[in-house]
Design a protein around this ligand. Structure first.
Ligand code: UN1
Length: 542
């Protein structure tokens, strides 16, 4: 078994018509490259070019996942005892290596999931920002000294690691989101088993290799590939077996609830970042051109495949016509294509065929609700191509941008997330109605309002039930050092990023140090200070 750093990538013979490299991918367990125990594999296909197979990866078995958990358990004691500033130094090295290889990683990510080069650049940068933030957190990770109520006694708090963390993320943010999870996990002294997304295994492999190259000891992060219903499920099952101390999951609300139930019955901590039906409100005082830009980007950037993407566009009736004219002028000329070969595209392929199929099912729901479609025609093909599609549509999985109007609160599509390039437009009578609509879906992840009325902005900020709010900004684009997460159906209240995420990967340990040499009982042996009963007549001063 080769160590992950001893071997370069192993290339396979490919029939790839584009002459692109195809590799043999491995799990990384205890720093070793391993295949699945039964030899089964799956492929990673470029969604912008379906004949481009990036490689074959182990379809991990329950045994493989258990090997990874064992490795993480074994590494835990040594890693938790490593000084936090040293852990931070390793994380800093990760950030520097990501910077050094940014361009290759950006291209690899674009090839594997079809996101544009510009967005992949932003995403790798988010992973770098996370590393740089947590490098110095290793020099803080503060506890407190607390005064005791008894003499000659000291109280302290310490942050302690939770143990082995199961990390399960989606492929729409395949580098930033696993870094959001694993970097705070390891700075706190935890170890991880990372189930890489099924549609981005090569990128995950590259990232995990860089982590090891940064000086990370073997077993601290273990990578297993496979399906959510396979390797992902085996990690969750291990919670019931008492082998996992934390799950961090980004994905659908349905799966998140199932994971939450397993963690709940075992009293195991879990971080759940789930779906969203993010509202964006436009009020009459807004700068309409700016609002159009924000809504267009929020709805169709990343082909609508962010958990923060715009869902319900809520327009005040007074600006409805003006807004829609300008908005549709942009939607109808959207440049779509593979950014590895075409310039200035807004979005590229869907993340994979599976995401395309699910998106089309979502559109069926919007259609059957009776919402009126004013733009969009499903999957792009040679016979069904919008004007500004660039390239050959039959090479990949591309979707039209879709806009539906006359959407009302009674419709299912008002409430349910449709993951892909679609915006549902809702008309509001006034501010109170707009705020009501913004709060009416079962989700509460991101939200936005465009207004130049400060009181309206204030009322929106205080009245919206959401984890994140943009004022005169789009629903997407959280920075790596603000708390990220939602309320209601969007999560369980945990947060990623910044100092707040530390709470999700550590527990508070309260220590008292009795120096008096005797047993002093808290509450009972505390000196009582009497109030002086002297009568003073304060009225003489008035
Ligand atoms: C996600 O879609 O899971 O705020 C994460 C944003 C990005 C992260 C999105 N920084 O849109």
């Amino acid at each position: 078994m080769a160590h992950v750093l001893e071997t370069g990538l192993e290339f396979m013979d490919s029939n790839n018509p584009h002459n692109l490299p195809m590799v043999r991918g491995y799990n990384i367990i205890n720093g070793k490259l391993t295949n699945s125990s039964d030899g089964n594999t799956f492929k990673s296909i470029n969604p912008a070019n379906l004949t481009d197979n990036l490689g074959e990866f182990p379809l991990s078995t329950r045994n493989d996942v258990h090997d990874a958990i064992d490795a993480a358990r074994t590494a835990l004691t040594g890693w938790a005892a490593t000084p936090a500033p040293t852990r931070g130094q390793i994380i800093g090295n990760m950030g520097r290596l990501l910077m050094e290889h940014k361009e290759e990683l950006v291209r690899l990510q674009a090839r594997e999931i079809g996101k544009t080069l510009k967005e992949c650049g932003g995403e790798i940068q988010e992973a770098i920002d996370t590393c740089l933030f947590f490098q110095s957190e290793g020099r803080r990770l503060y506890g407190q000294t607390v005064n005791s109520e008894l003499p000659d006694k000291e109280l302290f708090t310490y942050r302690r690691p939770l143990g082995v963390c199961g990390i399960i993320n989606a492929c729409n943010f395949p580098s930033a989101v696993p870094f959001w999870k694993m970097i705070p996990a390891i700075i706190c002294g935890n170890t991880c088993v990372w189930k890489s997304p099924q549609d981005s295994p090569l990128l995950s492999f590259a990232l995990a290799r860089i982590m090891h190259q940064s000086g990370l000891p073997d077993g601290v992060i273990n990578l297993v590939h496979g399906k959510g219903s396979g390797a992902g499920q085996y990690i969750v099952d291990a919670v019931d077996e008492g082998l996992i101390n934390k799950i961090s999951f980004t994905g659908s609300t349905a799966v998140g609830k199932a994971i939450g139930e397993v963690c709940g019955r075992n009293l195991v901590s879990c971080s759940l970042e789930l779906g969203g039906k993010n509202p964006l409100v436009v009020m009459p005082s807004a700068n309409i051109d700016n609002a159009v830009e924000g809504a267009y980007w929020g709805g169709f950037g990343t082909a609508g495949q962010r958990c923060t993407s715009l869902g319900n566009l809520i327009l005040h009736e007074d600006i409805y016509d003006e807004f829609m004219d300008k908005f549709m002028a942009k939607v109808e000329t959207t440049r779509i294509g593979d950014s590895l070969h075409q310039n200035d595209v807004l979005y590229g392929a869907m993340l994979s065929e599976k995401y395309a199929i699910d998106f089309l099912k979502g559109l069926q729901m919007v259609d059957s609700d009776g919402a009126r479609k004013i733009w969009g025609n499903g999957r792009i093909s040679k016979e069904n191509t919008p004007d500004n599609f660039l390239g050959n549509p039959s090479e990949g999985v591309y979707m039209w941008p879709h806009v539906y109007v006359d959407v009302t609160e009674e419709m299912e599509c008002f409430h349910e997330e449709v993951f892909g390039p679609v915006v549902t437009v809702v008309k509001a009578k006034d501010f109170d109605h707009a705020l009501h609509l913004a709060n009416a879906s079962p989700y509460g992840l991101s939200s936005a309002i465009y207004t130049n009325d400060r009181l309206e902005a204030y009322r929106f900020k205080t009245g919206i039930k959401a984890g994140m709010t943009g004022i005169n900004n789009s629903t997407t684009g959280a920075e790596a050092h603000l708390p990220f997460g939602g309320v209601k159906g969007s999560g369980n209240g945990t947060r990623e990023s910044g100092i707040w995420v530390i709470e999700a990967y550590s527990y508070w340990h309260a220590v008292n140090d009795e120096l008096s040499g005797k047993l002093q009982l808290a509450q009972m042996d505390v000196d009582e200070i009497e109030i002086d009963e002297a009568e003073v007549d304060w009225s003489c001063l008035t």
